[in-house]
Design a protein around this ligand. Structure first.
Ligand code: SF4
Length: 329
């Protein structure tokens, strides 16, 4: 089976944006690929964060992923910092990565512009990402449009390392473009993101889902119930396309354009469908909450498998780069 690698930030529980944009696709990929899914806590610390929350956010993300359908019998789920070879390979790749390539990354420019002091880790983030992928010699990487540039750099780093050391060792990972990559937040203006506070949690209660949807942004031209709207510019309509049936989606568009109903009616239908679609995930998450040791067991088994594979890669890398082998004790 071809091998897939993908990572997700330890941002706590999943929200609808990362579920629709990534994880739902991961669940499907498990059928066709040997999948490695990594909670990227080493990446998370390159941005301002609260150390007291990192552990619980990592565990909550792992539980959310299992509840959403990541199956440890078919895929390897692990935490990045549990496999020290990620940072070891990042250093080996660091020495072939041109500084100019890192400085021109769009994400680096955007994130560093918001900081008064830019840590080197933020600049080197794409090298660690390349190491994440190349450590397992992954063939495919599911990417959204905001990650394509980093994957291209990972391919470039693989080529440069192979050329520098005269081996065809690292395969160039190919992108797997996923169908729904960018889910807008409840403000309708920016990508759904925990840091922007515009999310609906996959594990939110039915009441919480409704409370969040009710004030969500719609077509601003619909000032009153009697103004016709344009569903094509409304994020609520876009969410209907993921959670409602084809007949309901057509009805939403028609009633919106003809002012046949109000936005609250439209949101109520979306809320009911979303609540029903997410109910099985909420139920599995509740079972996992009653059995917290299960999540840690899955992560321990995943990390053990990864360390064995990663050490084989690193042994070859050290030999090719000419490092003196450590003496056996
Ligand atoms: S009726 Fe629905 S699709 Fe139309 S603007 Fe209101 S919320 Fe959006």
């Amino acid at each position: 089976m071809p091998r897939v690698f993908s990572g997700i930030q330890p941002s706590g529980e999943l929200h609808v944006g990362n579920y629709l944009g990534a994880v739902r696709n991961w669940v499907e990929l498990q059928r066709e690929f040997e999948c490695f899914f990594c909670i990227v806590d080493l990446h998370a610390v390159t941005q301002p964060y609260e150390p007291r929350e990192l552990e619980s956010r990592t565990l909550d993300m792992a539980a959310s992923l299992l509840a959403a359908g990541i199956d440890p019998a078919r895929s390897t789920l692990f935490v990045q910092s549990h496999v020290p070879q990620h940072t070891a390979l990042a250093w080996a790749l660091n020495v072939v990565t041109p500084l100019g390539e890192l400085e021109r990354m769009t994400q680096f420019k955007e994130k560093s512009a918001r900081l008064s002091s830019v840590p080197a880790g933020l600049l080197n983030y794409p090298i660690l990402q390349a190491a994440d992928i190349l450590l397992y010699r992954a063939d495919r990487v599911p990417v959204g449009d905001d990650q394509i540039q980093h994957l291209e750099l990972a391919r470039e780093i693989a080529r440069r390392w192979n050329a520098r050391f005269g081996r065809d060792f690292f395969p160039e990972p190919q992108p797997l473009l996923s169908p729904a990559t960018r889910i807008m937040g409840l403000d309708g203006a920016t990508k759904m993101s925990k840091s922007l506070g515009n999310t609906i949690g996959v594990l939110d209660s039915p009441e919480a889902i409704w409370e969040k949807l009710r004030p969500a942004m719609t077509d601003p031209a619909r000032k009153t119930r009697y103004d016709p709207g344009n569903p094509d510019i409304c994020n609520i309509y876009r969410l209907h396309q993921f959670f409602s049936s084809g007949a309901e989606v057509a009805m939403v568009a028609e009633r919106c354009r003809t002012a046949g109903w109000g936005c609250l009616d439209c949101k109520r239908v979306l809320a009911d469908n979303m609540i029903a679609a997410l109910a099985p995930i909420r139920e599995r998450a509740a079972e996992l909450r009653d059995n917290p040791g299960r999540v840690r067991e899955v992560l321990a088994a995943g990390a053990a498998r990864c360390r064995a594979l990663a050490e084989a890669t690193m042994a070859a890398v050290r030999e090719v780069m000419g490092f003196l082998a450590a003496a056996e004790e």
